[in-house]
Structure formats: structure tokens, C-alpha cells
Ligand binder design. Structure first.
Ligand SMILES: [Zn+2]
Length: 169
């Protein structure tokens, strides 16, 4: 799995203005071949429609935390659900299947997705889920991942979402 994350740059990827405490900015996730790329934009650049953001398929708004309060920004379950739902429409590459599966496990923990009663699905690597906020069933395919691969994907989600709070434990 290949990832290229512009991590924690704390500056706008477009105009390169530095973000200061309490500045709001937008984080967008786009895909470059098999790689997921996270890009942070200042509000003026994000709102400037002349700048091409057509590759961004999921995004959320964040705020730079104050230095005196080193508390990390809380993980945004809605942003994760939105990213999860966006991935549904995409072609399923191996990295996307793994990402979608790990996000689904997290969202089940957070009760944003519900497991449906076990069905006869022998040999079928599919989670049958219900999404209350969408009011519909969602299927999640998965590969036979080792614990190590799940750990790797979990770590990449942390990088992608710029949080240390993401955990399946
Ligand atoms: Zn900018």
C-alpha cells in the first residue's frame, strides 16, 4: 500500500501561508493513482473556485489548536463517516478496500454503523452493515488482513486524519 501524506505541514498547500493558532483551514483527501494525499488549504484558497480541487473527494474543516492548550483536536466522527461513504463510490483498489474496512470497524465502535444480524455468508468476505444517518444498508468488502496489516492501515488513517486518537482497541 502506498501513501503520500503531506502531514501536519501547518501551511496552505497552495499559497503557502502559515497557519496560526485558531486559524480555520480545510483538509481535503484526494487520490493520486494508488496513493492517498491529504492537503491543507487556507480558507481563501479553498473558497477560490479558480483553483482546481476536483481531485478532492472528501474534506473537512479544522482549526489550529492554541499552543497553551496542547489538547489535540477531537477526532471528527462525521468527517470519518463522510470519508467512508465517499469511498463507496470509488473503484475498489486494494488500498481503498483496506482503508474502507478499517474506517468501518472504527465507525461500528462509534455506533455510526451497525452490524446486521449474521447471515449465511460462508466464504464471503463482506460486512453487512446498516448506516442510521443514511437510513440504508451498506456492504463492506474486506481482504484477509493480518493483524500487522490492520495496524499499518490504522497508522496511516492517523496520519491521514492528523490524529492520534484513532484506535480500534
Ligand atoms: Zn492558501
Amino acid at each position: 500500500m502506498a501513501w503520500e501524506i503531506s502531514r501536519n505541514s501547518k501551511k496552505c498547500i497552495d499559497c503557502e501561508i502559515d497557519f496560526n493558532e485558531n486559524d480555520e483551514f480545510f483538509s481535503g483527501i484526494s487520490e493520486d493513482g494508488e496513493e492517498f494525499v491529504r492537503k491543507d488549504y487556507c480558507c481563501p484558497c479553498w473558497n477560490d473556485e479558480t483553483k482546481d480541487k476536483s481531485q478532492v473527494f472528501s474534506f473537512w474543516k479544522s482549526k489550529v489548536p492554541e499552543k497553551e492548550k496542547p489538547s489535540r483536536p477531537p477526532i471528527d466522527t462525521e468527517a470519518i463517516l463522510s470519508l467512508f461513504l465517499k469511498l463507496e463510490d470509488e473503484d475498489e483498489s486494494r488500498s481503498k478496500i483496506n482503508l474502507r474496512y478499517v474506517l468501518a470497524l472504527y465507525l461500528i465502535r462509534k455506533r455510526a454503523l451497525k452490524m446486521k444480524p449474521a447471515q449465511t455468508s460462508e466464504g464471503k468476505n463482506t460486512l453487512d452493515l446498516y448506516c442510521p444517518s443514511e437510513g440504508r444498508d451498506i456492504e463492506v468488502n474486506y481482504l484477509d488482513l493480518t493483524a500487522e496489516e490492520i495496524e499499518d492501515t490504522t497508522n496511516e488513517v492517523k496520519r491521514l486524519l492528523d490524529t492520534r486518537d484513532f484506535s480500534l482497541g
